[in-house]
Write a protein that binds this ligand. Structure first.
Ligand SMILES: Cc1ncc(COP(=O)(O)O)c(C=O)c1O
Length: 375
């Protein structure tokens, strides 16, 4: 996504030019086929989550709909959950809008340093804000590395640096000491470090790798609740930062796009954190079992170690990754073919879900293995 087109009007006669970068950004339309199991988007697919949210929705206070929302009780609960005082937290309508806010507030016309691949939202809002991107590609092993990010940021002027912990789409969990070194170098450089912790709840001790670093004045944590608490549709994330940065970011009023109903769902989910901790543990177990079963059935397939609610498999050829993707899709299971992304020559990513769903995936993949053998 490069910004090359000159500004021109969207419709004839309209004399207000659109943002130049907007012409290079594609509209994203989400689709869903009825009955399909979506293991591409990494939403939290679990019957106990459905039951919890159904109960929370039944108990919604009409005041959460009729009145403009108040935020303090939610901020207190989010603060207690993330281990920070509530004056370090802003609520946003998902991390997508937090990303838009951070780029607008800190990187408009500036520089963004980020691993490629990373979540595409960063690229979208960078393009819309005339932000130049310095992409950092994976190392020789095909894995994103913190040291490469560090090298890239110090090689240029002050920038916004993004580290996704654990990384998506590979699942790699970065070492806490490495993140601390990156943070120190970023501070010295006059840059801003953003930690995207969208999938952190699914990594066993990942929280320890960011908690202390995230308290530094030049670090912002963007913590989605979408995947960990099954609220992707409610659109909820926390932006955690130094109160001075929060005071600046608050001028954009990100919480203005968050409904009272969504806030009530978040409070209810956080009050049931032990239920979610049990589910995160179940998914971690499922992650290993799925990796083991697929590797056993398909020689040449290699599961990357993952701290997210997904597993990325390196596959012998891109054609085989594509065939497996199509086979799963024919059986109602949507995954993500990563083949061709930097460091991922031939790869398939499968999201995690409740144990019976993963069992269905493993059986479908065993059938794929049989077909491959007889072909
Ligand atoms: C790494 C990463 N960050 C952020 C997001 C956006 O999450 P949200 O649902 O909070 O907008 C995603 C969504 O897939 C993601 O993968």
């Amino acid at each position: 996504m490069t910004i090359t087109e000159p500004a021109s009007s969207v419709i004839p006669g309209l004399c207000l030019p659109p943002v130049p970068g907007a012409q290079a950004v594609r509209r994203h339309v989400r689709t869903r086929r009825p009955g399909e199991v979506n293991l591409k988007s990494c939403e939290l697919l679990h019957p106990e989550v459905d039951a919890l949210h159904a109960g929370l929705l039944r108990a919604i206070d009409p005041g959460d709909v009729v009145f403009y929302p108040l935020y303090q009780s939610t901020l207190d609960q989010v603060g207690a959950h993330l281990g920070v005082p509530s004056d370090r937290i802003l609520i946003s309508a998902g991390s997508d809008s937090a990303i838009a806010l951070l780029i607008t507030a800190f990187a408009r016309g500036g520089r963004l340093v980020i691993h490629n691949p990373s979540y595409e939202g960063w690229q979208r809002y960078a393009a819309l804000n005339g932000t130049a991107i310095d992409f950092v590609t994976p190392d020789a092993d095909g894995e994103p590395a913190v040291c490469d990010l560090l090298r890239a940021v110090t090689a240029g002027p002050p920038a916004m640096v993004v580290l996704t912990q654990p990384h998506s789409p590979t699942g790699r969990v970065f070492d806490g000491d490495e993140i601390a070194r990156l943070s120190a170098a970023v501070a010295k450089h006059g840059s801003l470090l953003v930690l995207d912790t969208c999938y952190l709840a699914f990594s066993e001790s990942g929280e320890q790798t960011v908690r202390e670093v995230a308290l530094a004045p030049h670090v912002v944590r963007v913590n989605s609740f979408s995947k960990a608490f099954g609220v992707a549709g409610a659109r909820l994330a926390a932006v955690v930062a130094d109160p001075r940065l929060e005071g600046y970011l608050a001028r954009w009023q990100p919480e203005g796009a968050v409904s009272g109903v969504s806030l009530a769902l978040l409070r209810g989910a956080l009050s049931s954190v032990t239920l979610f901790q049990g589910i995160w543990e179940e998914l971690r177990g499922g992650r290993q079992q799925l990796a083991d079963r697929i590797q056993a059935d398909l020689p040449g397939w290699h599961a990357r170690p993952s701290g997210g609610n997904f597993v990325a498999f390196d596959v012998p050829t891109a054609a085989e990754a594509g065939a497996a993707y199509s086979h799963l899709l024919e059986h109602g299971i949507r995954t993500r073919d990563l083949s061709g992304l930097p460091g991922l020559t031939a790869a398939l990513r499968i999201g995690l879900a409740a144990t019976p769903i993963l069992d269905q995936v493993a059986r479908t993949m065993a059938r794929f293995a049989d077909l491959r053998q007889t072909a």
